[in-house]
Design a protein around this ligand. Structure first.
Ligand code: ADP
Length: 161
């Protein structure tokens, strides 16, 4: 089922320039990217699903071929529902590898037709995660170089800064 639609799933709590970098680079490879906020019951997010989706929408508004959505349940079911060919994930340090390897193997087990495609992080964003952004922002640290302006605003509001 060769098609050129890919799903980029994640918590995006909130979206960072690391995520945007992966999205931008994937635009050279895929005709359509669906950035999908995943409702992970194990995580305790700072931003609601609606807030995360709205921030993604604002941050990717200028990017053609990019659509924002959300889902709950199994990623492979969502991939099938959207008739996408692959799942896109970003890989940072070695520490990302084990979890991503396990998840992609499990997804393959659940649906052998779904491939996971990995893009290596750009070195300038290798240290960047949504968690580190939240840690720095809550104490008033400057994250303007690391997140889109809408996220910088939203963090200030969340932390009453
Ligand atoms: P999750 O909670 O699903 O791991 P995240 O929202 O933290 O999701 O990230 C979504 C995807 O983006 C993951 O594949 C993650 O490895 C990737 N990612 C996160 N930060 C970066 C970054 N700085 N550079 C490249 N990829 C990243």
């Amino acid at each position: 089922m060769a098609n050129n639609r890919v799903i980029y799933p994640g918590s995006f709590d909130p979206i960072t320039r690391g995520h945007i970098d992966i999205i931008n680079r994937a635009r050279n490879l895929f005709a359509e990217i669906i950035v999908a906020v995943f409702n992970n019951p194990r995580k305790n997010p700072l931003f609601t699903m609606e807030e995360r989706e709205a921030l993604l929408q604002q941050a990717t508004a200028d990017l053609t071929g990019v659509r924002v959505d959300s889902f709950s349940g199994l990623t492979v079911d969502y991939v099938r529902e959207q008739e996408a060919a692959a799942i896109l994930r970003g890989l940072r340090a070695v520490s990302d590898f084990e979890g991503e390897f396990q998840m992609s193997a499990m997804n393959k087990e659940l649906n052998s037709e779904v491939e996971t495609v990995f893009l290596m992080t750009s070195t300038r964003y290798a240290f960047l995660s949504s968690s580190v952004i939240k840690e720095v922002a809550q104490f008033g640290g400057d994250v303007s170089e690391l997140v889109p302006p809408c996220v910088e605003e939203a963090l200030k509001e969340k932390f009453n800064l």
